[in-house]
Write a protein that binds this ligand. Structure first.
Ligand SMILES: *Cc1c(COP(=O)(O)O)cnc(C)c1O
Length: 433
């Protein structure tokens, strides 16, 4: 995994061609490597913990498709299940036993999920959960937090406004201000601001939406107390708590962040792992709330490919493997060992590696932030500069310092022990620049 033969000619050629037919050459913006520079690698195939690009370079993959691949690439059981299903047809647009099985598997194991509905992405899951919360409560206002990502539906593309305004401003062109005026925004980890928001607007709030453990803008691990008061406040004001577990669901333990904090949300949204690498999302929760969804209730929600049988079988096979005894304890141990292997080689340098379950985040600052505003942008610049060095050393990290890294069950201690040395070397070099 040394950088001696590292070539990017083919990736460069494909990237140039792609730019002619696709905006920025990519189908999701961060893949264009704009923050880290360098050429986005075009992938030929994945193999366990490795990615192999079109130039034949092999990388240890710490991006894991942004979270879904908790079993690594092309897990043999998932592949076999998918193959068997594909031969029976890709989609029927009608009900199947498979979608019942996956729904039942989840409902019987996740306490807060009494009923569930499948969609095709995390964005769709949160968008539908927000509509459902508004329909159920008869209220319009929702609250989200600065530093949490919930997909790209209009109501959730907000950033902090100027001055004292707590209402969000559109964070993207094309989102009307009239829409974001129903989305209030608060910083994370600010109990006082939360209390004040509920004192003033609690009875107008349909829902609070928060990431289980915010992991889309750094890894902003929240205090248990804070999450518990959020639960208590929402309960008191008849506001639904939507825990967005698109990353944390089946990642931070089978029970996700709800279990991690010991809270019971009204609604949970899933994505990523739940589809075992296929495009799936889901929203679920209290039966009385879920029964407001059409055709049972008046909140409209639908999808041509929802409950797609190939995706259902990939998800079901993945979740079954994850529900066996020691998977999460083992993943957590490996992550802890890996992170401490790196940090022990970085004595005195101003780098922190935050780890939780099988997620880690490398941040070039001494203290771990809990709110978006505490992230040091100079530190992010350090990360971005070292990214290409990591690639040439065979380490595929996500192409932005705000993104977190993931381990899978096939990232073994042996592989990680060697990687720790390489990664620590590069971080150490960068930290002294
Ligand atoms: C990835 C993510 C989403 C969006 O999911 P997509 O499948 O990309 O639409 C929403 N919420 C969280 C917490 C996520 O991590």
């Amino acid at each position: 995994m040394d950088g001696a033969n590292h070539k990017t000619e083919k990736s460069q050629r494909f990237f140039n061609l792609a730019k002619e037919v696709t905006p920025g050459g990519v189908h999701s913006p961060v893949r264009a490597f704009l923050s880290v520079g360098g050429c986005p690698r075009f992938i030929d195939h994945g193999e366990g913990p490795y990615l192999i690009d079109v130039d034949g370079n092999r990388y240890l993959d710490f991006c894991c498709s942004w979270g879904p691949l908790i079993l690594g690439h092309a897990d043999p059981d998932v592949v076999a299940a998918v193959k068997a299903q594909v031969e029976r047809g890709m989609t029927y647009g009608a009900s199947t036993e498979l979608e019942y099985e996956l729904a039942q598997f989840i409902v019987s194991r996740i306490e807060a999920v009494e009923k569930i509905r499948f969609v095709s992405s995390g964005t769709e899951a949160v968008m539908s959960a927000v509509r459902l919360a508004r329909g159920f409560t008869g209220r319009d206002l929702i609250l989200k937090f600065d530093g949490c990502y919930h997909g790209h539906s209009d109501h959730l593309l907000v950033k902090a406004g100027s001055g004292l305004a707590t209402l969000g401003q559109p964070s993207s062109a094309g989102v009307p201000e009239a829409i974001t005026q129903n989305t209030a925004l608060l910083p994370l980890d600010d109990e006082e601001a939360l209390q004040k928001m509920f004192a003033n607007h609690g009875d107008q709030l349909a829902a609070v939406v928060i990431e289980g453990i915010p992991a889309n803008n750094g890894l902003l691990i929240q205090r248990h107390d804070y999450m518990r008061s959020l639960r208590a406040l929402t309960e008191k004001h008849g506001t639904l708590l939507i825990l967005d577990e698109v990353i944390t669901g089946f990642r931070v333990g089978f029970g996700g962040a709800a279990e991690y904090y010991g809270i019971s949300p009204d609604l949970i949204t899933y994505g990523k792992i739940i589809g075992g690498g296929m495009p799936v999302g889901a929203f679920g929760g209290r039966a009385d709330v879920m029964d407001t969804v059409s055709p049972q209730g008046p909140v409209y929600q639908a999808g041509t490919l929802s409950g797609n049988p190939v995706a259902m079988v990939a998800g079901l096979t993945t979740l079954k493997k994850l529900s066996s005894d020691n998977v999460y304890a083992e993943l957590e141990n490996r992550n802890r060992r890996f992170v401490s292997n790196i940090t022990s080689r970085l004595a005195n340098s101003a780098v922190t590696i935050a780890g939780v379950a099988s997620i880690f985040w490398i941040v070039f600052q001494r203290d771990l932030p809990r709110a978006a505003s505490s992230i040091d942008s100079d530190g992010i610049a350090h990360y971005n500069r070292m990214h290409e060095m990591m690639l040439t050393a065979g380490m595929y990290l996500p192409p932005s310092g705000y993104e977190v890294c993931f381990l899978s069950t096939v990232h073994t201690d042996d592989i990680l022990d060697k990687a720790a040395e390489t990664i620590a070397g590069i971080i150490g070099e960068e930290a002294h620049q």
